[in-house]
Design a protein around this ligand. Structure first.
Ligand SMILES: NC(=O)c1ccc[n+]([C@@H]2O[C@H](COP(=O)([O-])OP(=O)(O)OC[C@H]3O[C@@H](n4cnc5c(N)ncnc54)[C@H](OP(=O)(O)O)[C@@H]3O)[C@@H](O)[C@H]2O)c1
Length: 363
């Protein structure tokens, strides 16, 4: 029998689910053994389910083509053959909350891409380089759920990945006021230009719920475990305001960011702090960890989506145009891959760290 952990992908036929399946092809620790989706797909071969809607650049991995897709709602049936699951289903928030806890209660850890549990007090929301210590709250969650190995862990929203890691790297200079505008790719809505032709040559100045996530989720990531819950950082310490705009780009969220600091850094100090920033994934050499988490590009016309979105296989963040500002202290432009670092890749890195820390094991 394979030594790899057996993984189920909930919502495996969707945009993020497909990204999970592509990223896990030849993964050294994890092997996709179960795929689940809506009752519409259940009972069909995976290849048949995604025919005409495979959205990745690489072909469907041979190992999953013949997997017969299960119904996400048949929890016991899916859970019995896996060690843990990744969740990328598109249901209502309440339905997702409920079903992810149902999986956890079958003693199946859930690493979720969904926003449903991001504010559940004992559910860790983690960027592995930034707040791996939040996984400690899992013990409290297990007590609440009455489980021994089942729990839910989540990753944050894709929009924050282009600037929250940079602000974290600059913590010693105490950033306290941040203005962000995000320029977000259409794959963030699960779409390509084929299924969203109105986005050709267009900009839409609204993404439902995105500004609230962009402003609040970083505070939770910078929070602390206190007793049985995660308490977010104080908004008196650092405030973020944002505008989130949909732009005609397939993959890659760009952010333009203005920052005020309590302690004035030099440009060299800011560059040094971000390019030397690393965390547990780098120390433990996790399979999906970027060697360099944040790169700084000196050219005035970088980062560019076409040139830089796949930096470190889509797991790294590219920053450029760092310069002093006449109203704020400093400004910069950040770029990250929204369906890799911002979605499936970020969740895979969380699962790798959870395995390395002994939270996810063979059943
Ligand atoms: N796209 C991104 O970059 C991104 C980033 C962060 C978070 N998210 C979130 O991740 C989730 C998935 O996003 P996506 O873009 O991959 O969506 P998607 O392409 O629409 O895929 C949705 C998946 O959920 C399944 N599904 C839909 N309705 C269901 C139901 N009633 N019961 C069970 N399964 C159902 C679909 O199965 P069928 O194929 O059978 O319909 C499919 O597998 C969403 O909650 C989204 O908000 C997406």
């Amino acid at each position: 029998m394979s030594e790899k952990l057996r993984v189920g992908i909930l919502g495996g036929t969707g945009m993020v689910g497909q990204r999970f399946i592509s990223l896990l092809e030849n993964h050294p620790w994890f092997e996709v053994t179960v795929i689940a989706a809506s009752p519409r797909s259940a009972g069909k071969r995976y290849e048949e389910c995604v025919e005409g809607r495979w959205k990745m650049d690489t072909p469907i991995p041979a190992a999953v083509k013949d997997i017969v897709v299960k119904n996400v709602n048949e929890v016991e049936e899916v859970a019995k053959d896996v060690d843990f699951v990744f969740s990328a289903v598109d249901m209502t928030k309440e339905e997702i909350k409920k079903i992810e806890e149902e999986y956890a209660k079958t003693e199946t850890p859930v690493v979720s891409n969904n926003s449903a549990h991001r504010w559940t007090k004992d559910v860790p929301m983690v960027v592995p380089e930034i707040n791996p210590e939040h996984f400690e709250v899992i013990e409290s969650q297990k007590k609440r759920l009455g489980t021994t190995r089942g729990f839910v862990a989540v990753k944050p929203n894709c929009s924050i990945q282009s600037y929250a890691p940079v602000l974290t790297a600059w913590k010693e200079f105490e950033p306290y006021e941040v203005v962000v505008s995000t320029y977000q790719a259409i794959s963030g809505a699960g779409k390509t230009f084929k299924d969203w032709p109105e986005m050709n040559g267009n900009i839409i100045p609204f993404i439902g719920g995105e500004e609230e996530k962009s402003e609040k989720e970083p505070l939770r990531i910078w929070g602390k475990v206190v007793g049985d819950e995660i308490v977010p950082a104080d908004s008196d310490e650092i405030k973020i305001t944002s505008q989130c705009i949909r732009v005609p780009i397939l993959n890659g969220h760009t952010a333009t960011v203005f920052v005020k600091f309590r302690k004035q850094p030099t440009k060299e100090q800011l560059i040094e702090a971000m390019t030397s920033f690393s965390g547990l994934p780098q120390e433990l050499e996790l399979p999906s960890a970027p060697k360099q988490f944040i790169q700084y590009l000196e050219e005035d016309n970088r980062p560019q989506v076409q040139l830089d979105v796949n930096y470190e296989n889509g797991m790294g963040i590219s920053v450029g145009r760092l310069r002093e500002d006449s109203v704020y202290d400093w400004k910069f432009v950040g770029l990250s891959h929204n369906t890799v670092r911002g979605a499936a890749g970020g969740a895979v890195l969380c699962a790798e760290l959870l395995k390395a820390k002994g939270y996810i094991t063979k059943k």
